[in-house]
Design a protein. Structure first.
Length: 202
C-alpha cells in the first residue's frame, strides 16, 4: 500500500513459496526478513487504518504503522499463537497509537480517510451525492472520541469480534459493547449536526 508515495516495505520481488500464515510466522520468527515482509504486506493496510482511527492524522498514523512493524519484528519470537496473529499485531498498533495521541495535532480536513468506495457506474448527480455522504460520514467518524471511533472501525470495517476488540484495546467485552452502542448513537447525532438535518429523519 502506498502512503504519500512511500511504502512500508517495497513489493517483494521473490515471494517465498509458503502457503500458510503459520509457516510465514515461523520463518519470520526465525529471522527470515522476506517472510516478515510478506506479513507486513498482508497487514500494513489494516494496521495503518487502525492507527489512523486512533490518532486521526495521516503522517502520524504512517509513523505509528512503521513503529508497529518494527516492534513486531523485534518481539515476533515471543508470539506464542494464543491469539490470532492479526489480533497480536493490532494490539501492538493500538498501544503505539495511544502513545502518539498524546502529541496529536488538531485534525485537518485533508487528514480524513478516503471514501470507502466509489460507484463508477453512477451518474454525475448520484456520484456527487455519494461523495457528499461519504465525506459527511468520514468527518462524523473522525469527530468521535477515539475509543468509540476505534470500536466502530474494528467491528464494522475490520469485522473483528467483541472478544478480539477487547483483547486489542485491553478493556472488558462489556465495555466494547458500550463503546459500540454509544459510538453508533454519537455517530448518528454527529451526522445530523454536520448535515443540519433532523435526527428523527434518520
Amino acid at each position: 500500500m502506498v502512503i504519500r508515495n512511500r511504502l512500508l516495505f517495497d513489493e517483494v520481488k521473490h515471494l517465498p513459496l509458503i502457503e500458510t500464515e503459520t509457516e510465514l510466522i515461523k520463518r519470520a520468527s526465525e529471522g527470515n526478513p522476506e517472510a516478515f515482509e510478506v506479513l507486513v504486506q498482508r497487514y500494513q493496510k489494516y494496521v495503518y487504518n487502525l492507527a489512523l482511527s486512533v490518532i486521526g492524522n495521516r503522517d502520524e498514523a504512517f509513523d505509528a504503522a512503521q513503529e508497529t512493524f518494527i516492534r513486531a519484528w523485534r518481539s515476533l519470537k515471543d508470539f506464542r499463537g494464543d491469539a490470532r496473529f492479526s489480533t497480536w499485531i493490532y494490539r501492538i498498533a493500538y498501544r503505539v497509537s495511544l502513545t502518539a495521541v498524546a502529541r496529536k495535532r488538531p485534525l485537518p480536513i485533508d487528514d480524513l480517510p478516503e471514501p470507502i468506495c466509489e460507484d463508477a457506474s453512477a451518474n454525475p448527480e448520484e456520484a456527487a451525492e455519494n461523495d457528499y455522504r461519504q465525506a459527511l460520514l468520514r468527518r462524523a467518524i473522525m469527530n468521535l472520541a477515539p475509543a468509540y471511533r476505534t470500536a466502530l472501525i474494528l467491528y464494522h470495517l475490520e469485522d473483528l469480534s467483541y472478544e478480539e476488540i477487547a483483547s486489542i484495546t485491553g478493556v472488558p467485552i462489556g465495555t466494547v459493547r458500550t463503546h459500540l452502542h454509544r459510538g453508533r448513537n454519537y455517530l448518528k447525532r454527529e451526522i445530523v449536526r454536520l448535515s443540519g438535518g433532523d435526527e428523527n429523519e434518520m
